[in-house]
Ligand binder design. Structure first.
Ligand code: SF4
Length: 239
């Protein structure tokens, strides 16, 4: 596949470009990775995708230091906790982010596929497809790269993530991949960043209200997500 992104030399495939960047930035500081991605490699063609969840503020704070006008995509699934919607407004304002985009499911598709809003009870994959995967695909049209907040300590496929990837259509940038839970907590404290209000109620990972529960002592950070099934990812990060 060809790409018009300036970062990719003519003789290099996007896959090779992503591997090269991953090698060059292996172990690099998160802000250096983000700065290179936003200000040099992908410039006008990069967006940050944020859930405004438990750990999202770190990446958003870093982005605000690099370029507060970078587009931020928030997938408003219409199933978020009220606390998440309030946090999204307050945090974006506090950090001075000027281009946060609330992306909702297509109204026609929602009326057809999930007319009563209870699809999550029967088919979580279909519900995530309607409320997350399809809207994100539309939101990222016109972008060549996006930034994620994934971290290796969250487990699963995230354990082996590089800082830069190519997924066949977009570059994905993972500046926080090597961060630990303590790193996140220390950064939040150092910069006096407000926490999502549900963290102190036992939610270390926060998604939609029907599919998120608090976790107990000793449980994995994502144990409260889709905890009544073996589902582990919403589908936007299928590799
Ligand atoms: S997390 Fe649950 S409610 Fe949210 S989109 Fe997925 S299935 Fe639907």
């Amino acid at each position: 596949m060809t790409t018009h992104l300036a970062v990719v030399p003519a003789a290099e495939t996007p896959e090779d470009c992503a591997r090269r960047l991953a090698r060059e930035f292996h172990g690099a500081d998160a802000e250096a990775i983000l700065d290179h991605a936003i200000r040099h490699a992908f410039t006008e063609e990069i967006a940050l995708v944020s859930s405004f969840g438990a750990e999202s503020a770190v990446l958003l704070h870093l982005a605000s230091r690099v370029d507060p006008s970078v587009p931020v995509v928030f997938l408003d699934t219409q199933k978020h906790f009220a606390q998440t919607l309030s946090y999204r407004r307050k945090l974006a304002s506090k950090l001075g982010l000027t281009d946060v985009r609330d992306i909702r499911p297509d109204g026609g598709e929602a009326a057809e596929i999930d007319p009563h809003g209870d699809l999550w009870r029967r088919d979580t994959d279909a519900c995530c497809d309607l409320r997350k995967v399809r809207p994100l695909k539309t939101a990222l049209d016109g972008f060549g790269a996006w930034v994620t907040g994934r971290k290796a300590f969250h487990g699963g496929e995230r354990v082996s993530l590089p800082a830069f990837e190519w997924n066949g259509k977009h570059f994905k940038v993972n500046p926080l991949v090597s961060w630990s839970r303590d790193d996140v907590a220390s950064y939040m404290e150092l910069h006096e960043i407000p926490q999502h209000p549900l963290v102190e109620q036992g939610y270390p990972s926060i998604g939609c209200w029907p599919c998120t529960r608090p976790v107990g002592d000793g449980e994995d950070v994502r144990a409260g997500r889709w905890s009544s099934s073996d589902k582990a990812e919403c589908g936007i990060h299928v590799r």
